[in-house]
Design a protein around this ligand. Sequence first.
Ligand SMILES: [Zn+2]
Length: 120
Amino acid sequence: MRVANTKQIEELRQTLEARKELIVKNIEGSRDSINSMKDVECNDDYDYAEISSDSFKEGIIANQQLNELKEIEDALKRIEKGTYGICEMCDEAIAIGRLRAKPFAKFCTPCREIYEVERQ
Ligand SMILES: [Zn+2]
């Protein structure tokens, strides 16, 4: 299989950059709403429970987004180094279709399956 060409990598880089920007904005936004919630005076237990479950959910979402952000930054570094689109496990090219579906993929499809099984 051929490694993604320069034009394809450039397209994927733009996808990654756009996604990164979106996540950064989301994280900043949820940080603001968590901070503003802390300023709210809680007069009864009901309100308090409602607020804490919301910030708990926001915390989980923020965590997932932080993980994705890290993956995206790794992928952008690999583009700079010229190792982008190459499987980290077997050094084979990752299919362009897979990169389009998941631009920060580190492994080709067969290696990804092995990796998932080993992690369980
Ligand atoms: Zn592989």
